[in-house]
Ligand binder design. Structure first.
Ligand code: CA
Length: 242
């Protein structure tokens, strides 16, 4: 598997704690971001539990069904943690994960909530995930314009997440055609609340080095106010032998 990757998680400038979690396992082609919410300390716990379950079971997950069941296992682990400690009641988390298949024959994205995955193929940035939010439902129904959705007072209301829905969360699996040179970006909404897609594309065009690009994205989101925790994972696919 030929790839280079980088990732960073930052508290931002306003929130007292960082409730996001980041998983980088380049040797296994497995990456994830998670954005926890709820309770006094619950948000940090929910996002950490979710990425830990993925980390533990991820090596078994090579196809869509296996990855979907790993997400359901993470959902169950959060519900069990709440049963064991009712003060954690109400905690939950988004999670958006990338599985790079061995031999680089494409990528799988697995997702629930309002964190996002993008494919950057210079100069185009293409969003791969659909936000599980009330405002996205309104956009899809033609009742809101996308630019209204970003600034909407209900923009953070989720319609699916791990740990907090009644019944099963909605889990999106996307099989993404990928070529050498493509970069996959996973991010929590702290990045996209502050930066428009064209800002992200411009930064990625300018910074071919993954570590420098991750630092630049976090810095730009903080410059835009840093109103939320910000987490990014960047994965560039390389041609074999590169
Ligand atoms: Ca967030």
């Amino acid at each position: 598997m030929n790839l280079v990757s980088a990732g960073l998680s930052d508290r931002g400038r306003v929130r007292p704690r960082n409730e996001d979690a980041l998983l980088l396992r380049p040797e296994r082609g497995l990456f994830a971001v998670a954005d926890g919410m709820g309770g006094h300390v619950g948000g940090d716990i929910a996002s950490r539990v979710a990425v830990d379950v993925l980390d533990e079971l991820g090596p078994d997950g090579l196809d869509a069904e296996q990855l979907r069941s790993i997400f359901l296992a993470a959902h169950g682990a959060i519900l069990r943690a709440v049963s064991a400690d009712p003060t954690l009641s109400g905690m939950g988390t988004t999670m958006t994960a990338l599985r790079v298949r061995p031999e680089n024959d494409g990528c799988l994205i697995i997702h629930t909530g309002d964190s996002r995955a993008y494919r950057f193929r210079d100069p185009q940035l293409h969003q791969l995930t659909r936000d599980h939010t009330w405002v996205q439902d309104q956009v899809d129904a033609g009742l809101l314009q996308p630019e209204q959705a970003r600034a909407h007072p209900y923009s953070s209301v989720l319609t699916s997440a791990l740990g907090i829905v009644n019944g099963e969360p909605e889990i999106q699996v996307v099989d993404v055609p990928c070529d050498a040179g493509d970069t996959i970006l996973l991010c929590t909404d702290g990045l996209t609340a502050g930066l428009a897609d064209q800002d992200i594309a411009r930064l990625l065009s300018r910074e071919p080095d993954m570590d420098a690009a991750a630092r630049a994205l976090i810095a730009a989101a903080n410059d835009a106010g840093g109103s939320d925790n910000i987490t990014v994972a960047l994965v560039r696919l390389l041609a074999s032998g590169q």
